[in-house]
Design a protein around this ligand. Structure first.
Ligand code: SF4
Length: 484
């Protein structure tokens, strides 16, 4: 009678295990965060981490199973785990296949607000020489439509772009005509403070499917203090505008962004309540950026990364409770990071990518035809630093701009996959390269990461989200839903 092989012969041969690429970071006295190269993470004690590194694992001990599940180890004769890692990495980097989907047209630098934290160095309302003309817009449009991405998003920026609404109208109509033979899909967004919104603008947006994005910093007193204009009624105009857009175009046709100033830090619940009251579908708790008037007026230096993290954590706690009570209301920065942590889909947010999103994710056409690698790059240029100027619409085409020495070296020199600190960092697969920020704050494309507030914020945000996912099932259910 043929016998069965003994149970031992089915046991995996643990002497043939090998370690796949892992990184780790200490979270506490006996706690480590361990991650693989595609952002899967697990918490381990010191003993567990030592056993993992020594491949001292036995089937059934729990650590063996976790190590396989998280792709920290594989059998020496197995190729599948490596192939799976490669496939997932390829998916995470697939944004490179549809390069430059976002094109920002700075149709004017004029503005009728005078916000002290303004990052674009706006000009006063009557200085029309800061308007883009149609010849420049036409060339910029040709460049935008020659980018490889099948869906091209055109965003109108300023200053206050509605001060040059005639040009916006011309660009939208012309882009729609030129896109048809090229087979491109288009999306349009006007980024506006809504002070100049009128029926003509609303009708045009309805007819041409144009979205609007505005600024809302919180309750009336906070918003009006942050965003002064003659009449002191920025809040009233923004809120009235949001209402009119929701009524005329629909509730999902307007979004808002807030900027965290020193005055916002202890008012996050009121800020969130304001967004809920205006019927907005989420909030982005955004720190100030180190550009333009935010530097000149010293607003940028009024709080640090640690204070912003406290603000964000408190806001997230409040927002999670709102979601648990039944209203879906994501915090958008968390949602972006969660998508990085919980899926292999590429995300649209250009600051959370490596290779960096400059040029490859977005191009900016300034009012005078100069092309910059990102919105922050043109903000720097207005401060006199033209390090990320790629060319001019009248002299250069898409390929000249994205293959310019300036862009290629900025992207190559800032890769987190190979950078000191980042390449050994457990957060790297869920983080991004931000060469313009590091150039602006440290005069270096890579930046010294232990001195970088960007790095401190990323570590703080990812660690906090990881801990909620691991240790708080009710919060985790909400966070997983945001990521989907
Ligand atoms: S910036 Fe900081 S958190 Fe991000 S990958 Fe680099 S070292 Fe890690």
């Amino acid at each position: 009678m043929a016998g069965f092989a003994s149970a031992d012969s089915f046991r995996p041969d643990t002497s043939r295990l090998r370690l796949l690429p892992i990184r780790f970071e200490r979270l506490g006295a006996d706690r480590f965060l361990v991650g693989n190269m595609v952002g899967d993470m697990a918490e381990m004690t010191t003993t567990e981490l030592e056993r993992l590194c020594a491949l001292d694992l036995t089937p059934g001990d729990g650590l063996y199973e976790r190590a396989f599940e998280k792709l920290f180890v594989a059998s020496a004769d197995q190729r599948a785990p490596q192939q799976l890692l490669a496939l997932r990495l390829r998916s995470r980097l697939s944004f490179l296949r549809a390069a430059t989907p976002l094109h920002l047209f700075v149709v004017t630098l004029r503005c009728e607000h005078s916000c002290p934290y303004c990052q674009v160095s706006r000009q006063s309302k009557d200085r029309v020489r800061y308007d883009m003309d149609s010849a420049t817009a036409s060339r910029a449009l040709d460049i935008a439509l020659s980018a490889p991405a099948p869906m091209i998003k055109i965003e109108f920026q300023g200053g206050e772009p509605l001060l040059n609404f005639e040009l916006i109208r011309w660009i939208v109509v012309t882009a729609q005509e030129r896109a048809v033979p090229l087979g491109k899909q288009l999306q349009f967004v006007i980024t506006t403070n809504l002070a100049l919104l009128d029926d003509e603008v609303l009708e045009f947006c309805a007819e041409h499917d144009v979205l609007l994005s505005t600024s809302l910093d919180g309750p009336r007193d906070l918003h009006n203090r942050n965003r002064p204009r003659r009449g002191g009624n920025s809040y009233e105009l923004a809120v009235a505008g949001i209402g009119r857009i929701r009524e005329r175009l629909g509730p999902d046709r307007v979004g808002a962004l807030m900027t965290t100033t020193e005055a916002s830090l202890d008012r996050v619940e009121e800020i969130v309540d304001e967004y809920l009251a205006q019927g907005l579908d989420g909030i982005f708790l955004r720190p100030l950026s180190p550009y333009g008037h935010a530097i000149k007026t010293k607003q940028f230096h009024k709080y640090d990364a640690r204070e912003w993290l406290e603000f964000w954590k408190r806001g997230l706690r409040y927002i999670l409770e709102i979601n648990k009570s039944g209203r879906r209301f994501p915090e958008f920065y968390s949602a972006f990071i969660l998508r990085r942590m919980l899926s292999d889909e590429p995300i649209g947010y250009v600051d959370l990518r490596s290779p960096a999103g400059i040029g490859l994710g977005a191009l900016v056409y300034n009012y005078d035809g100069t092309v910059f690698a990102s919105d922050e790059a043109r903000m720097l240029a207005e401060m006199g630093d033209r390090s990320f100027e790629l060319g001019n619409v009248h002299e250069h085409g898409y390929r000249d701009l994205v293959l310019s020495d300036t862009l290629v070296s900025a992207v190559a020199d800032s890769l987190t996959q190979t950078a000191p600190q980042c390449s050994a960092c457990v957060f790297e697969p869920n983080c991004g390269a931000d060469p313009v920020y590091h150039h602006a704050t440290q005069g270096d494309l890579l930046g010294i990461k232990p001195l970088s507030e960007f790095c401190e914020r990323q570590k703080g945000v990812i660690t906090h989200l990881f801990e909620l996912l691991e240790h708080s099932p009710e919060d985790a259910a909400v966070l997983r839903e945001w990521a989907s």
